[in-house]
Design a protein around this ligand. Structure first.
Ligand code: DGI
Ligand code: FE
Ligand code: FE
Length: 193
């Protein structure tokens, strides 16, 4: 799938404001890809398609996840906000014919993160969090961290998300904790050595 077709396909799926967000994520991801030496075409394609399923009904997203044998049913038990990430990955595969596993994985984990994220996954995860239209509390520290260290940027974004969810007594997807723990340990080691 070339980029132009991906833009056209995703535009049809999204409301205008969400499409504008997507364009800002693509730009931010492109900057991070340059800074951290990632494969630009893969990063851009994943960023273009990352919110593809955002406006599908929750029931449809759950059906899509449950019928994809490569996705865990666990995705369906942590609130509706995370469903669009794995469901989007399955839908760009079935509806748009996307086969690149690096792109698919970056879409699956763009909301929660996971331990062992690849460079492309980290970039899409962080770009989605810090794109210039975002206004969550603490966002400036995350933007600053992202300038120096991709891992530190992801860590602060994960910590903010976990803080936000726990303050509202919402469930946290286990991979989010696993990603957080991994990056805490990694960045602590970095500070000591
Ligand atoms: O789709 P976007 O709005 O661009 O951003 P996103 O894909 O990061 O989704 C943000 C939403 O996902 C927000 O409502 C918080 C929620 N979220 C993020 N991580 C988790 C989560 N919800 C649960 N239950 N568990 C998580 O680990
Ligand atoms: Fe999203
Ligand atoms: Fe997004």
């Amino acid at each position: 799938m070339n980029e132009q077709r991906a833009f056209e396909a995703v535009k049809k799926q999204l409301k205008p404001a969400r499409y504008e967000h997507t364009l800002r994520v693509v730009e931010t991801a492109e900057e991070l890809a340059g800074k951290y030496h990632a494969r630009l075409e893969k990063v851009r394609l994943a960023a273009i398609l990352h919110d593809y399923a955002k406006y599908r009904p929750a029931s449809e997203m759950k059906d899509v996840i449950r019928s994809a044998d490569w996705l865990s049913d666990e995705w369906c038990s942590y609130g509706e906000a995370i469903l669009h990430a794995p469901a989007g990955a399955a839908l760009v595969r079935s509806e748009l014919g996307i086969t690149d596993e690096d792109v698919i994985r970056a879409i699956v984990y763009h909301t929660t993160g996971r331990a062992g994220m690849t460079l492309i996954e980290k970039i899409v995860f962080l770009a989605d969090y810090i794109e210039p239209g975002r206004k969550s509390p603490g966002i400036e520290s995350v933007r600053q961290a992202a300038d120096d260290s991709l891992d530190r940027g992801c860590l602060l974004a994960l910590a903010n998300t976990i803080g936000f969810l726990t303050s509202k007594k919402q469930p946290v997807f286990p991979d989010t904790f696993h990603a957080y723990n991994e990056l805490v340990k990694l960045t602590m080691r970095g500070l000591k050595s």
